[in-house]
Design a binder for this molecule. Sequence first.
Ligand code: SF4
Length: 376
Amino acid sequence: MDLWQKLDVLGQAAQYDACQGCGTQMHRVRDDIGRWIYPAVRPDGKRVRLLKVLQSNACQNDCAYCAHRSGRDTRRITFQPDELARAFAELAQRGYAEGLFLSSGICGRVDQATERMLATVELVRRRYQFRGYIHLKILPGADEASIAESIKLADRVSVNLEAPSPERLSALSRNKEFERQLLGTLEAANRLRNELGRPVSMTTQFVVGAAGESDREILATATRLYRGLALARAFYSAFQPVPETPLEDHPATPLWREHRLYQADFLLRQYGFAFDDLIFDEEGNLPARADPKLLWALAHPERFPIEVNSASREELLRIPGIGPRSAGRILKRRREGKLRDLTHLGLPKALAERAAPFILLGGKRPAFQPTLWGIA
Ligand code: SF4
């Protein structure tokens, strides 16, 4: 198998983002030379084309949802560091890839698998002088020296928790240990980036719906990580069954559940919502019928209507249809004169109509009053 055939297989395999190979299909594209390139957003908000690839799809672990789990009959391939570094450098030099996302299965000792990944990234940085974006997965249980090296080389590092608690993880894997291997590695990464003074961002990912966990459990854990470890992002990946795995007959998680989790997560990170503001159903899940912000607004009629001309930024962010950017725009427009009708908000029509039932403009309800999407 030549270098580019390997890249095809291990780029394709990285759609599962091992180590959390749950099968969610990201919006990937094949570039015009046929390699898998993924659009991604860097920590600074800039969009980049990432080569997302595994160092190896060989793994000794047994995660029940994963296409790369040990014992599954699939072709196992491993890149040597110089092969992968050379392939990436060529794609970068030709303008096909602007960044690298590198993960790996774990075959043999964790430190050996980690060393191969670090050697690849070192070559990319030092031999090929690549200064762009690198997201490096830290394998569960990696030692402190490897974690520190990852932090020095990458712009973003991640350790995937997969599940929100030890009990839920034990339903997915007999090999992985939640507190020591997963959370412990994240905690070590946070401590080391502070000690090294390297402001790399740190993320994690949850497989949603594979272990019977509720949205409440997932978001409670994410909230603890945002507060305790200054995590930049949690990613939520709807479980999709992979043939010939123990969960092949387990129902796929609907994508709307993943979407609701992202909406709730944005409220926690960017809208000033607390975990206790989120509304869950009897099973502890975010209801499908409306987004979490609208549900909160409907459950708190005492907080509305809000006078847009005098509201604080925090109050504006509680209004359905108004986000951090539009709140900033409204505050700016307010300095230029009183806002008297919906068009003065500078919102797209659909969002202005969403906000209308919850606001006052100059002491008056805006003229437009839509029905509340049948859920009031
Ligand atoms: S550790 Fe688990 S999720 Fe990661 S590649 Fe191995 S089996 Fe898959």
